[in-house]
Design a protein around this ligand. Structure first.
Ligand SMILES: C[S@@+](CC[C@H](N)C(=O)[O-])C[C@H]1O[C@@H](n2cnc3c(N)ncnc32)[C@H](O)[C@@H]1O
Length: 226
């Protein structure tokens, strides 16, 4: 990265970090979700929201604020999430069947919005990080298949790379519109983008896959280094 770009990145990082502290948000990431919501109208009062990769809780705060008193918000993460009024949290790995079962049980209904800000542990190897990010996104797609209402919305983070097309194809089979975007608060990491998918189709309308997919799990697992 050029020196000037790094300088811009550090200033932006610091700006949103300070703003989060000042406004009592748990992470800088809150501003990414606010900017996405301002642009794509993700939340409505009273919505039910599933937030994957929710710790420390910056997105949970925004989801709760924007869905209001009657909003139902549940967060899942490998790491603990400090309790937050009006939200439910689960500590667990969403790729694990037990966590998925706990989510379905505690949520107990259908969601208007599925969010995923999940990120793999960074290996520092571009294609490995990309493949692991895609794998997490495929699990988020699986969550959509299980809990999202017809016409529901999904927002997910992904590290860009050559498998991006596999993810967008899976989303295009399921949603009426799929947009890839980068909110101002996230433009400091060149590979990080957000996919906003709207208009979830009823399961009977999901277009068939071009390749055969397994029934329950995402088609794709990444083992070790690539
Ligand atoms: C960028 S952080 C999320 C920040 C959060 N959206 C916020 O606003 O505070 C990414 C999170 O994804 C979580 N994560 C990664 N893999 C996961 C998995 N398999 N299941 C659940 N959470 C996962 C990590 O533990 C990490 O806390």
């Amino acid at each position: 990265m050029a020196l000037h770009d790094r300088w811009v990145q550090e200033r932006k990082h610091e700006h949103y970090y300070k703003l989060a502290k000042k406004l009592n948000y748990r992470s800088r990431a809150s501003f990414k979700l606010m900017q996405l919501d301002n642009r794509f109208s993700i939340f409505r009062e009273g919505d039910s929201v599933v937030d994957l990769g929710a710790s420390p809780g910056g997105w949970l705060q925004v989801a709760k604020e924007r869905t209001g008193e009657s909003g139902k918000v549940i967060g899942v993460d490998l790491r603990p999430i400090r309790p937050m009024e009006g939200t439910v949290t689960i500590i667990g790995d969403i790729t694990d069947d037990n966590t998925m079962a706990e989510l379905l049980e505690k949520f107990g209904g259908k969601a208007d919005v599925v969010l995923s800000d999940m990120a793999p542990n960074i290996a520092g190897h571009y294609s490995t990080d990309h493949a692991r990010s895609i794998e997490l996104c495929m699990f988020a797609v699986d969550v959509c298949d299980r809990v999202l209402k017809r016409n529901g919305i999904c927002v997910m983070k992904v590290f860009m790379g050559d498998m991006m097309g596999i993810l967008t194809k899976e989303l295009e089979r399921r949603f009426r519109s799929v947009r890839v975007t980068s909110p101002d608060a996230s433009r400091d990491t060149s590979s990080e983008v957000y996919v906003v998918a709207k208009g979830f189709l009823a399961s009977s309308n999901i277009k068939p896959a071009a390749v055969k997919t397994r029934e329950k799990k995402p088609e794709f697992t990444v083992k070790g280094n690539i």
